[in-house]
Design a protein around this ligand. Structure first.
Ligand SMILES: CSC[C@H]1O[C@@H](n2cnc3c(O)ncnc32)[C@H](O)[C@@H]1O
Ligand SMILES: [Zn+2]
Length: 420
């Protein structure tokens, strides 16, 4: 028997509609739909939106929430984060990633692009929690040729590990950044990605220090350096892109490079303002949104990320007309899905059934002149009532099975990790 879900009377574009899900796809949208044997979800008083796409995070960094605040990027990484990450076990990563998945589901995210060590720890968590994870095999060779070879082998090994998991888990390559990964490894990754049709997920142009060091070390700013290496491509997804000039935006657009803007992380680490967000969009660069890890943004709430991106961009440009609420919702849904090559992020027949029901019975949605405005500017992740991913209900009336155990185990791992 085909698994069917019938969502009744949900608000979509100011109309009440029914949505039929068959297997993992949206099959019909209309009025008074009937479907035998379907599980019925009463969505009266709720609006439906596509599941949100977090385009850049490090899931298991939930274990470092509140552990190292109020620092700049490099001292934060070198003094606090890297020494503790070096002690992490697969079990730590598993419970950290379970906590991240829980938090993402509770705030309406159904897909994320991750970059972290102990790949299988995150993959096991994502498999069990029911959301979609694009998991990047991390490479750091620190310009040491022995580590370059080790990095290549690790990427190849993890590529086949993904076959052990279902289709919700996808493989990506994760060279950390141009200051930790050699040009040779970046070029190898570029050709591996072309041969195996996968994405490359890289931190780039995040701080002024990175740009200055790039000019000093390689003779070029970060995007130009990648151009010279010949590794700009539509498979490349860069996290941050805070410091890119007009010519670099043109290069990103010409080569189809995608960008993920992480407003909370950029503000909290004081990396800078991704002041070219509107310009990149205007130049045709696909720009999605992300939270970055939980130590630099402290939560994984994509509804908050939409507001932060909009407000930051408006304030920077001194122009309230840029980066509207609907543009932000688009960046966090269909653009994010397009960047990952996923047929999701839209509520249309034939698209993946990744959906959220938003509870409208709250102050943030009262009055409800404009639902998208309320969602982006007034609400936060706690307005999400029900989450469906790949045609399965992951959260019903704000309840996710197994929540108490995840909180307990993740806290245990976090305290033990920083102590040992
Ligand atoms: C081990 S894989 C990922 C690696 O990236 C580190 N990280 C987290 N946030 C950032 C950021 O904003 N810029 C650069 N690197 C970051 C994370 O701690 C991991 O070591
Ligand atoms: Zn990051």
């Amino acid at each position: 028997m085909i698994h069917r879900i019938l969502i009744k009377q949900a608000e979509l574009n100011q109309q009440k509609v029914d949505i039929l899900i068959e297997k993992n796809l949206i099959s019909q949208i209309g009025k008074d739909l009937v479907a035998e044997d379907a599980e019925v979800i009463d969505a009266k008083g709720m609006a439906v939106i596509p599941g949100l796409v977090n385009g850049h995070t490090h899931a298991a960094m939930t274990l470092f929430r509140g552990f190292a605040d109020d620092m700049k990027l490099m001292p934060w990484l070198e003094q606090k984060i890297w020494p503790n990450e070096a002690k992490m076990t697969r079990e730590d990563v598993y419970w950290g990633a379970k906590l991240a998945c829980l938090e993402m589901i509770k705030s309406g995210t159904t897909t994320f692009l991750d970059m972290y060590q102990k790949f299988r720890g995150t993959a096991d968590a994502v498999e069990e929690m029911g959301i979609r994870g694009y998991l990047s095999a991390v490479c750091f060779d620190r310009f040491d040729p022995a580590l370059t070879e080790k990095g290549k082998k690790e990427c190849e090994k993890l590529y086949s590990v993904v076959d052990e998991y279902g289709s919700r888990i996808q493989y990506a390559l994760g060279p950390h950044a141009i200051y930790t990964v050699s040009g040779e490894l970046l070029q190898w990754i570029h050709s591996f990605a072309n041969d195996h049709r996968c994405l490359i997920h890289l931190h780039l142009a995040e701080t002024e220090e990175e740009v200055n060091n790039s000019i000093r070390q390689f003779g070029f700013s970060p995007v130009r350096y990648l151009y010279k290496l010949g590794v700009l491509s539509p498979r490349l997804v860069i996290a941050h892109g805070v410091y890119v000039d007009k010519d670099e935006i043109r290069m990103l657009s010409d080569y189809g490079v995608k960008v993920i803007h992480n407003p909370a992380s950029n503000m909290k680490l004081a990396s800078g303002i991704c002041f070219q967000f509107a310009e990149m969009k205007e130049a045709g660069v696909k720009v999605g949104l992300g939270t970055d890890g939980c130590s630099s943004s402290n939560n994984l709430d994509m509804i908050e990320a939409m507001k932060q991106a909009a407000l930051l961009g408006k304030a920077w440009r001194k122009d309230p007309e840029v980066l509207t609420a609907s543009e932000m919702l688009e960046a966090a849904t269909c653009t994010g899905a397009d960047i990952l090559g996923l047929k999701a992020g839209r509520i249309e027949a034939g698209y993946l059934a990744d959906l959220c029901l938003i509870d409208l019975q709250s102050p943030a949605f009262t009055p409800n002149f404009n639902f998208v405005s309320n969602l982006v500017y007034a609400a936060n992740g706690s307005c999400v009532d029900t989450v469906i991913c790949n045609g399965k209900v992951l959260m019903r009336h704000k309840q996710v099975p197994g929540e108490a155990e995840i909180l307990e185990q993740a806290a245990r791992c976090a305290y033990n990790l920083v102590k040992r």
